[in-house]
Design a protein. Structure first.
Length: 429
């Protein structure tokens, strides 16, 4: 079977590496890919948002399975396009239709979905210029800090958390005035949830589902969770404070009603659901849904999955997940992300990445890298994720940190505290 992966991050390198090991896969293509995915298959210079080019490529290369990594093509309706194309009749695609991707594409849609299906989440109000006063009044009823979210996709930058009521009121007006472009035509104001954040990952075929391993991500640029939000600076799986009792609650009060809610609403959802949640004193509440896998969470979550990934993905596309048995490595996986200095603000790229061959006992998942004249160069903010497994979290951290120190490029930066907060956790359920 010929397979096409869409995207160019660490998540897509995980897909590519595992899929290239599957005997079911004949030829693997990654569009556009990075220097790492080139070692697993052929990179193709097509944008995941260029649906016509994807269609033409699938016909030319006899692609039978498409795996979109990021959310943008899903929110833009790639799955609807593929399913509606006469020419792609026999091509499977792992992802939700646009109606399902709106769980990520619109905060307003996802909040109203949660409320209508009884899924625990923060209280909220959606505000437009038409009910601005109601929004300002709602902020008055909340306690600090105040959470404001642009409704649409804003490249991870559309969430503001303000300590002060007046600042929050001004921010509300600024977002409605276009601070985040059209993504902020609606603003979701939310109650602030206290607790510890973590993420659960579900693969569903629209009827049945599989719970993938959970993970904790480190979103801020600075150590001790300080500074600007990033796409993710590291991740750990499993999560020591998410014991069986807690994960059972997540499954019963969140995952099942989500799958049933999609069914009731007539949304044929095949693909990943990434649930960002808060563990508030042992009670899970949903912060957000994403319609795809996380990055860098995939670098620990799917890193631990031992099944043939093509078999798993095909089972989802063919509504056969009920029969599927997931095999997970019980060891702990830790990934540490190396970034270009300056990220998530402006940064330089094009620096040579050296000493990759000195990395031992870890897997390097490339993200912002490219190969030019035989050299691997930095080509993005997040450059690569270094994943290691160990019998315990301490061992896995030590291996990843040792190797993170060896790889070298100009302005390299990484957080040296990934996972350290979890060393002292005892199960909280
Ligand atoms: P989101 O894009 O919705 O995941 O929000 C980005 C980040 O803001 C989350 O990962 C949380 O750390 C934080 N956040 C969002 N909503 C809330 C909330 N209601 N209470 C507390 N923190 C939140
Ligand atoms: N690491 C967070 C995300 O993928 O959205």
């Amino acid at each position: 079977m010929n397979i096409l992966i869409l995207g160019s991050g660490g998540r897509e390198h995980v897909f590519a590496m595992k899929i290239s090991q599957s005997p079911i896969c004949s030829h693997l293509f990654i569009a556009p890919g990075n220097a790492g995915t080139m070692e697993c298959g052929a990179n193709v210079n097509i944008s995941p948002l260029d649906f016509d080019a994807i269609e033409a490529f699938c016909i030319k290369e006899n692609i039978k399975l498409i795996i979109p990594g990021p959310e943008d093509p899903l929110v833009a309706g790639l799955v609807d396009f593929v399913k509606g194309s006469e020419k792609l009749k026999n091509v499977a695609i792992l992802g939700p239709p646009k109606a399902g991707a709106m769980l990520e594409g619109s905060k307003d849609f996802s909040k109203s979905f949660m409320i209508s299906h009884g899924i625990p989440t923060a209280a909220y109000l959606t505000v437009t210029t038409d009910n601005l006063q109601q929004g300002l009044d709602f902020l008055e009823t909340l306690e600090a800090p105040y959470v404001l979210k642009a409704d649409g996709l804003a490249a991870g930058k559309g969430v503001l958390i303000e300590q002060d009521l007046d600042t929050a009121k001004n921010a509300l007006k600024e977002i409605l005035d276009g601070k985040f472009g059209n993504a902020g035509n609606k603003v979701v104001i939310e109650e602030f949830l206290h607790g510890i954040e973590m993420s659960c990952f579900v693969l569903t075929d629209g009827r049945d589902y599989i719970m993938l391993p959970e993970a904790k991500d480190y979103k801020r640029i600075g150590e001790g969770d300080q500074g600007l939000n990033t796409g993710g600076m590291g991740a750990v799986s499993p999560v020591p404070f998410a014991g069986k009792a807690f994960l059972d609650k997540v499954e019963n009060s969140i995952v099942k009603p989500t799958i049933q809610g999609l069914l009731k609403d007539g949304i044929p959802y095949c693909g990943f659901i990434f649930i960002g949640l808060m563990n508030s004193g042992g009670e899970p509440r949903v912060i957000e849904y994403n319609c795809r896998m996380g990055d860098p969470e995939t670098e620990v979550v799917l890193h631990r999955v031992e099944n043939d990934l093509v078999e798993l993905f095909l089972a989802a596309c063919q509504q056969e997940l009920a029969e599927f048995e997931l095999k997970v490595n019980p060891d702990t996986a830790v990934t540490v992300v190396l970034v270009s200095g300056g990220y998530p603000g402006s940064f330089e790229k094009g620096f040579e990445i050296k000493h990759l061959e000195q990395v031992t006992d870890s897997t390097i998942y490339h993200a912002g890298t490219k190969l030019e004249s035989g050299k691997t160069l930095t080509n993005g903010g997040r450059v690569m994720a270094i994943t290691s497994t160990g019998k315990n979290i301490k061992e896995a951290i030590a291996i990843s940190m040792r190797n993170a120190g060896k790889v070298d490029f100009n302005n390299k930066y990484y957080r040296k505290d990934i996972g350290l907060d979890l060393l002292t956790y005892h199960e909280q359920t």
